[in-house]
Design a protein around this ligand. Structure first.
Ligand SMILES: [Zn+2]
Ligand SMILES: [Zn+2]
Length: 339
């Protein structure tokens, strides 16, 4: 199975956190955290449709300016999500520049910003042509754990305690459709853009008995019509969707650990911060970070298939193997206990 999402940490484990998730077969990506993003090419950045910011400590938000600069003057709506206080943080960033020349831009560039509160989402647009004025009325909607729901996937958030509210995120595919190329060809069909509409029909739960038409090859062949369900049985396998979870900056309280474990449950890949070694637990606790042992244990208890730790304290420079070993050992110990 070729996964739909290909997550990669933007930087090394000692540098600013951030997870870039491009979508296969689509010119699109989403981003978790907005720290230093010089390692992303302008092309990578232009693909981003949604940015989810855990919290606005500098190492998670300093990349806002580069993103803004690359998108300025483009025809684009970028959606940004962040924790309590986020609207004010974004407005403050935007207020740091002069915008007297943007009013006559031909393209419409808009930032749709959403602040996540325990019980509600507060959203406000900041339009380039208005000089990113923060005067627009905010819209409020209930928060039920989900930030974004599209036919093929959704993004959820959990609110953690980092001495300030800090969000954890996961992206989950509704289910995974794998197209078997040989079977497509053996039906006399071509691989083409129609597969996108075929997948869209399955994700929107269209009636399997409904008709689905596949355009013919080049000039000569006629289109062929199938029942959607029959075509799916012939050319596709459908398996559970991929889930990726990202946790950056959370204190080690029992409440946080229980929340993260429940939130990450069943993830194919958990990206989780591990700033300190267990022997420096007191410092980790004072700074509201996890230790590598805690990260490994959470990964085991959440039953994730794979996990990656990152966001290491610079004190472990040249000694990062100690953090990896501690996390791996904790994961193994907890897994063997639960068998
Ligand atoms: Zn932080
Ligand atoms: Zn941080």
């Amino acid at each position: 199975m070729r996964p739909s999402f290909h997550p990669r940490l933007i930087n090394g484990p000692f540098d600013d956190p951030g997870l870039y998730i491009p979508f296969i077969f689509e010119n699109r990506a989403i981003l978790f955290d907005l720290g230093d993003n010089q390692a992303l090419s302008p092309g990578d950045i232009l693909k981003i449709s949604h940015v989810f910011v855990t919290h606005t400590h500098m190492d998670h938000f300093v990349g806002f300016d580069r993103l803004l600069r690359l998108l300025l003057g483009r025809d684009k709506i970028l959606c940004l999500y962040g924790p309590q206080g986020f609207l004010e943080n974004v407005a403050g960033k935007l207020a740091g520049y002069s915008w007297n020349l943007v009013r006559h831009y031909t393209n419409r560039f808009i930032l749709n910003v959403t602040e996540v509160r325990p019980d509600r989402l507060i959203s406000m647009p900041f339009a380039c042509r208005d000089g990113f004025s923060a005067d627009r009325p905010a819209e409020t909607s209930p928060f039920n754990g989900r930030l974004l729901t599209e036919p093929s996937f959704s993004v959820a958030a959990v609110i953690l305690d980092h001495r300030i509210p800090c969000l954890g995120f996961s992206i989950k595919e509704q289910f995974h459709i794998n197209i078997i190329k040989d079977r497509v060809l053996s039906l006399g069909l071509q691989i083409g853009p129609w597969l996108k509409s075929f997948k869209a029909a399955l994700f929107s739960h269209s009636d399997p008995a409904s008709e689905f038409s596949v355009p013919g090859d080049t000039q000569t062949a006629d289109s062929q019509t199938f029942r959607l369900g029959d075509l799916a049985a012939k050319i596709a396998t459908i398996t559970p969707g991929q889930k990726i979870t990202y946790i950056a900056d959370a204190g080690m309280s029992a409440a946080n650990q229980a929340k993260i474990t429940a939130f990450a449950r069943g993830s194919d890949h958990l990206f989780i911060e591990a700033a300190f070694l267990e022997k420096h637990r007191t410092i980790a606790s004072a700074k509201y970070h996890l230790t590598a042992r805690q990260a490994g244990r959470i990964a085991a208890r959440a039953g994730v298939k794979q996990f990656t730790i990152f966001h290491f304290s610079p004190r472990y420079s040249e000694m990062e193997h100690l953090l990896y070993e501690e996390a791996r050992e904790a994961y193994r110990a907890d897994m063997s206990r639960s068998v």
